[in-house]
Write a protein that binds this ligand. Structure first.
Ligand code: RB5
Length: 152
């Protein structure tokens, strides 16, 4: 798969560690930045990654900020993005099976690189369960997106 990854100043160290790890799993990585401790705004990097995903240039996206929360909020504003904030292995698996998430967010100030790598591996390797009830729920989320979008 091609994975787009991005971070702000509070997440770029974990992001940089994940790039090599994701490549070692056999995936291609598009690193959308950031690469410094100078303060930047997380929505700018959330959009850079989400744009890669909704345009089809990347299969999935990964976002890292201090908590992962700002990235998650920003990413879920983009129609077509289903972003989950994940800091444990159970959620990494469940959010692929139930929510078919296409973007994963994590917080560098919350978890260490070892746990983050395990989460990324499980999230990338778990397929959507294809269950009818899960698809119905995703369709309802999509309907909300259409209803409230200014540009449906
Ligand atoms: C940056 O200080 C921090 O607010 C940001 O990385 C993120 O945690 C926001 O949700």
């Amino acid at each position: 798969m091609k994975i787009a990854i991005g971070a702000d100043h509070a997440g770029f160290r974990l992001k940089d560690e994940l790039v090599g790890y994701i490549e070692s799993l056999g995936h291609q990585v598009a690193d959308m930045g950031y690469n410094s401790t100078d303060s930047v705004d997380y929505p700018d990097y959330a959009i850079a990654v989400c744009d890669q995903v909704v345009s089809g240039q990347a299969d999935k996206g990964i976002l890292v900020c201090g908590t992962g929360i700002g990235m998650t909020i920003a990413a879920n504003k983009v129609p077509g993005i289903r972003c989950a904030l994940v800091h444990d292995l159970f959620s990494a698996k469940a959010t692929r099976e139930h929510n078919d998430t296409n973007v994963l967010a994590m917080g560098e100030r919350v978890i260490g690189p070892g746990v983050a790598q395990e989460i990324v591996k499980v999230w990338l390797e778990t397929e959507f369960s294809q269950g009818e009830r899960h698809q119905n729920r995703i369709n309802k989320v999509k309907a909300l997106e259409d209803k409230y979008s200014l540009h449906p």
